[in-house]
Design a binder for this molecule. Structure first.
Ligand code: FAD
Ligand code: MLT
Ligand code: ZN
Length: 504
């Protein structure tokens, strides 16, 4: 609450309008949230709320009625119960590193930050499980597991800020999906607060459990639309003692999709030749140029190549010899640099991992995270480059991604924030190839208008039935995944229409 405000009174930025009026009309909400989390963890001062209100990409922004920062599961339940009583929407937020706009308010909701719910972090080296509060960051969890020679089998560049709860809620992927799967596959259990304030608890962690529906799997990837995840159990795997990273400059195959076709073929070759291929990441000369400028890096090996493949192999014995045998003399390899020591590997990874920040530093970016049938990936990439060039000649397309899974990140610079035509063009190509419009980042608000084109009517009907059953008042992250209801929709939401129309 801002200095000088009466208890329970919302004070915000003058002139913002709708959200302020809504919160002012419900002083009981502020009182209830203060009662639940304490005054220092209920923020209404606009300056204090501001960091929670804009997403990582700076493309999405909205004012919250207030920011609640619970530190225990009971506090989360009390905040949710209060919001349900007052029929005010809740936007859960972890580290706010999400890339589809789902973690920030649309206008007038209670923003619930789980970042302070981070006390519990326990490793069980017998069951090979890690149990943690939702706000624990990936990096903290990785460090705790590493003390026992274990890893989570999941890693991504936002590790220092992304929370385990957010990663579960988005079913995050990252750089090791090739070997270990995405977050849903890593989850052995979770605890979540449901819309009425009750707590779903599946935390026994037993290896096999077929009693009824897979509610853990359902909450994974639900993007804050079904419940607030308060605790997670993550499966651990032994950390292989040997690890080699190689950066490969690619010789393209003939044809328009040549560099991508070369990457796909080389990854297949490595999968057949090697045990323990953990990462296979593709990126292009334009991206390397941006990263080099942004991070002042020297030229990579084979600096004149059009595309690069970064691979990582890990095992119980040194995989360097096997990797070099697989690469030396291979017709698709122009040049290679490899490293087995930590500093050398970090230096090679920098060309790939620093793409996101280097691109963001250029200004507003349209980010499209898509997955294609692996056979179609090269043609799709060539079509995207040609179509965007035709449609927006001044736009710059920077692609990179997890080529082992056919997952490309298409980043388009030089567009207006509300230019949905190019997004629709690219996503239309994805659908034409029977790909997925969201591989690992989720739908958020960025892609909600396309969901109706990406799933059939039966599928959509089941999703809506689940949403209505678990969140009958539509208060959990309205506007995310499902478009906001036209009439009688939950409070604190706006309607927006994408170029491809809404469903629902
Ligand atoms: P937030 O951004 O805060 O929230 C994301 C979504 O989850 C929102 O819809 C929010 O409402 C919901 N949510 C958050 N916490 C909870 C909770 N406790 N209960 C219920 N709902 C919740 N993603 C990948 O998949 N792979 C990558 O390789 C990858 N690399 C990245 C690299 C960078 C540099 C950046 C900035 C992002 C990257 N991301 C990647 C995206 C992002 O890190 C992931 O989506 C991550 O899972 C988000 O976690 P978070 O804690 O920041 O969640
Ligand atoms: C990555 O693979 O680096 C991430 O998914 C982030 C991004 O797409 O920018
Ligand atoms: Zn990614």
């Amino acid at each position: 609450m801002a200095a000088g405000a009466a208890p329970g009174e919302w004070t915000g930025v003058p002139g913002v309008g709708v959200p302020l009026t809504r919160a002012r009309g419900r002083p009981g909400v502020v009182d209830a949230v203060v009662a639940a989390v304490g005054p220092s963890n209920c923020l209404t001062d606009p300056d204090l709320c501001a960091p929670y209100e804009t997403d990582w990409t700076r493309r999405w922004h909205g004012r919250a009625a207030l920011v609640a920062r619970p530190t225990t599961g009971d506090q989360v339940a009390a905040v949710v119960a209060a919001c349900t009583r007052h029929r005010i929407a809740v936007v859960p937020q972890g580290g706010n590193t999400g890339l589809v706009g789902g973690s920030v308010p649309r206008g007038g909701e209670v923003l619930m930050s789980l970042a302070h719910l981070d006390q519990t972090l326990v490793v069980d080296p017998v069951a090979n499980l890690l149990e943690a509060d939702a706000g624990v960051t990936l990096a903290r969890a990785q460090a705790a597991a590493a003390e026992y020679g274990l890893g989570l089998g999941i890693d991504l560049a936002a590790r220092d800020t992304a929370t385990l709860g957010g990663m579960a809620a988005t079913n995050a992927g990252g750089i090791h999906v090739l070997r270990y799967g995405a977050m849903r596959a890593r989850l052995a259990g979770l605890e979540a607060v449901m819309a009425d304030g009750s707590v779903l608890s599946r935390t026994s962690g037993v290896a096999k459990d077929n009693v009824g529906y897979d509610l853990v799997g359902l909450l994974a990837g639900s993007e804050g639309t079904l419940g607030v995840i308060t605790r997670v159990l993550v499966r651990l795997a032994p950390l292989p003692p040997w690890r080699v990273t190689a950066l490969i400059a690619l010789r393209p195959l003939p044809g328009a999709g040549g560099p991508v076709a070369a990457a796909v073929a080389l990854v297949n070759h490595l999968l057949r030749q090697l045990d323990g291929l953990e990462a296979a990441e593709l990126f292009f000369a334009e991206g390397v140029e941006l990263v080099r400028q942004h991070a002042s890096l020297p030229p990579p090996p084979g600096a004149s190549a059009e595309a690069f493949l970064l691979v990582e192999v890990a095992g119980r014995t040194d995989p360097l010899e096997a990797l070099s045998q697989a690469l030396v003399g291979h017709p698709l390899v122009l040049d290679t640099a490899a490293s087995t020591d930590a500093a050398g590997r970090v230096a090679l990874w920098a060309y790939r991992e620093r793409h996101t920040e280097a691109i963001a530093a250029q200004g507003l970016v349209h980010k499209l995270d898509v997955c294609l049938p692996i056979r179609d990936l090269a043609d799709f990439w060539a079509e995207v480059i040609a179509s965007v060039r035709r449609c927006r000649p001044r736009a710059q397309v920077i692609c990179f991604g997890h080529v082992g899974e056919g997952n490309l990140h298409i980043n388009i610079l030089g567009l207006e924030a509300d230019d949905t035509e190019v997004d629709a063009l690219v996503l239309g190509l994805v659908l034409a190839h029977r790909g997925s419009i969201s591989a690992e980042h989720g739908v958020g608000v960025a892609k909600r208008s396309v969901v109706g084109h990406a799933r059939g009517p039966v599928d959509l009907g089941i999703m809506k039935a689940l949403k209505d059953a678990l969140d009958p008042h539509g208060l959990f992250n309205p506007g995310v995944l499902f478009p906001t209801r036209e009439r009688g929709g939950p409070r604190g939401t706006n309607r927006t229409f994408g170029a491809m129309g809404e469903f629902g």
